[in-house]
Every structure is written in C-alpha cells, then in structure tokens.
Design a protein around this ligand. Structure first.
Ligand code: IMP
Ligand code: MG
Length: 174
C-alpha cells in the first residue's frame, strides 16, 4: 500500500507542519505503544525543536481484528502532563475507542492543549468520534500490517505498509 520512500516523504510533510505549529511551545509527545514505535522514531527525528517523549501502553484487540471496545491501560502511571502541550501519536485510527479513551484520560491531568497525530486513518463510521489533527494517510477499511502495525504481534518490522491477505486473517492460531 505504502512503500518506505512514500512513508518517509509523508513524514517530512507532517513533521514540518508539527514543527511550525509548535515553534513557540515545547511539546510533550505521548507515543501509544507498540504500534506507533517505528512511526514515532522516524517522525521525531524530523522535528528540530526541544520536546519530551512519554509512552503509554493500552490494549483493546486481544488478537482479533475487530475492536472489543474495552480499552485496558497496561501501565498504571499515566504521564504527568499538567500545563503541557500534548501530542498523542498512534499508528492507526480505526473504531476510535483507543484514542478517545486515551484523550479522555489525559484530559483529566489538565494539560494546556491536546492534539492527535496518526499515521493512518480508516475511512469508516467510527464507534467513537476522534478528531485527528495530523493524518499521514487516509485508507479504506482494510486490515493493514507493517511499519509498526501487527497482526497477532507479527509483521511490525516490515519497512512498508501492506494489506494482510484475507486467508491469513481467517486462520486460527497464535
Ligand atoms: P481503535 O481503538 O479501533 O481505533 O483501534 C486502534 C488500535 O487497533 C490501533 O492502535 C492498532 O493497534 C489496532 N488496529 C486497528 N486497525 C488495525 C489494522 O488495520 N492493522 C493493525 N492494527 C490495527
Ligand atoms: Mg495491534
């Protein structure tokens, strides 16, 4: 779907937008693990301003390709973001459950501002509406893997993003 040069070209654009928007204010980036790992590493190296980086780990999929709607916070310590300008970075916006829950949770910590940046956004009706301020690519409602995105924890290390073959999706297994 997107090869490495295409991803990197798009990261150049988003990093420039973010750098311009936060010229005067120090960012606190919250990376949503594990899916955003590669994206975060490549994006942040393109932002030449001082910033802080925190990570948050949540789960909602439990090995299926449909979201369960229940978002579990695996790390109890939510980063301290009081008075900070927060940018949440995630791999993909699908049903919206994950980002809506993270945003809600961080808002209780009274940051100065919160914005959301996703590499991919699926064109679909969402269970929860989430406004993504920066979007790498809009994609159809297909299950994709690579560049951090997994199917049952595999394929994250692919340098490109591709659609998982339907027959693999339907196979039972771990
Ligand atoms: P949401 O809560 O349904 O928006 O899902 C968000 C999370 O589900 C993402 O952070 C991914 O980890 C995972 N996810 C959703 N769609 C895909 C996909 O097409 N491929 C791989 N992971 C996905
Ligand atoms: Mg996943």
């Amino acid at each position: 779907m997107f090869d490495e040069p295409a991803i990197h070209r798009r990261l150049d654009d988003i990093a420039e937008q973010i750098s311009n928007d936060y010229r005067e204010r120090e960012l606190t980036v919250i990376a949503v693990l594990h899916g955003s790992l590669l994206f975060v590493a490549d994006l942040l190296r393109r932002i030449p301003h001082p910033l802080k980086l925190e990570c948050l780990s949540v789960a909602s999929y439990h090995g299926k390709t449909q979201t369960s709607g229940e978002v579990i916070f695996k790390e109890v310590t939510v980063p301290d973001v009081v008075g900070r300008d927060v940018l949440i970075l995630d791999d993909i916006l699908d049903s919206g459950h994950t980002l809506a829950a993270i945003r809600e949770r961080l808002e209780t910590a009274k940051p100065r501002s919160i914005r959301v940046c996703v590499l991919l956004s699926k064109k679909k009706q969402r269970a929860r509406e989430v406004n993504a301020d920066y979007v790498g690519f809009e994609i159809e409602d297909e299950f994709v893997v690579g560049y951090g995105l997994d199917f049952r924890e595999r394929y994250r290390n692919l340098p490109y993003i591709g659609v998982l073959r339907k027959e693999l999706l339907e196979q039972p297994g771990k």
